[in-house]
Design a protein around this ligand. Structure first.
Ligand SMILES: [Fe+2]
Length: 213
């Protein structure tokens, strides 16, 4: 478990399950209001992490609706009453369907901004936490990116999503949806410079690159 704190917000990264998934707990430290992102697999471990702090869970947020990112939703919703937040494009069970650029707050210190980033799946999104972090789900991993050959995947859409990500603050910490890299997190600057999937390509080159066997 890794944790990043400034004085106002805590971001805890929890490793869960057999596919090296990462789940995240984001908390406004003053109020205790919190969100859990992509709860799955070891729900007991996630609940224990929540119990260690005075969590008041407000939102369950999913970066996309693949089962390895949402399967903890029902149990946690039943226990906490938190509202489930996904891209408005998601067909999975949710309470709030967010549009690109929409924001939700935790207490008075944490602003969650949703960036719709389809490509890995139609309902993929990244979550910007203040000016600190970008939680990327399966859109971007450390040193890699998510596959586009599953149903609904689209390399051309991922090209546009990467253009959107490149325009963000390079100082952001990137928190991926799986632990597939040499380390569990990185800066966006480092990813733009070193992640071979983010190398400059035009759309045609990128689509060809993504569809290479
Ligand atoms: Fe996925």
């Amino acid at each position: 478990m890794k944790e990043k704190n400034d004085s106002k917000v805590s971001i805890e990264q929890i490793s869960v399950g057999q596919f090296k998934n990462f789940c995240y707990l984001v908390q406004d430290i003053d109020s205790g209001e919190s969100a859990i992102i992509d709860p799955a697999w070891e729900v007991e471990k996630i609940l224990n992490a929540m119990k260690e702090k005075s969590f008041r869970l407000k939102f369950i947020i999913n970066t996309h609706s693949h089962m390895d990112h949402i399967q903890g939703n029902p149990v946690i919703k039943k226990l906490t009453g938190a509202r489930i937040v996904m891209s408005f494009k998601s067909l999975a069970k949710k309470d709030i369907g967010v549009k690109d650029g929409q924001e939700l707050n935790l207490g008075s210190n944490v602003r969650l901004r949703f960036l719709l980033t389809p490509g890995h799946s139609p309902d993929s999104m990244c979550i910007l936490v203040n000016d600190l972090a970008l939680i990327t789900g399966d859109t971007l991993f450390i040193g890699e990116c998510g596959r586009v050959d599953l149903p609904g995947g689209d390399a051309s859409e991922l090209f546009d999503s990467f253009e959107k990500i490149r325009r963000l603050d390079p100082k952001l910490t990137v928190y991926p949806g799986h632990d597939y890299g040499a380390k569990p997190s990185s800066t966006l600057k480092e990813q733009i410079e070193e992640n071979y999937t983010l190398l400059r390509r035009n759309r045609e080159e990128f689509i060809r690159f993504m569809n290479e066997p």
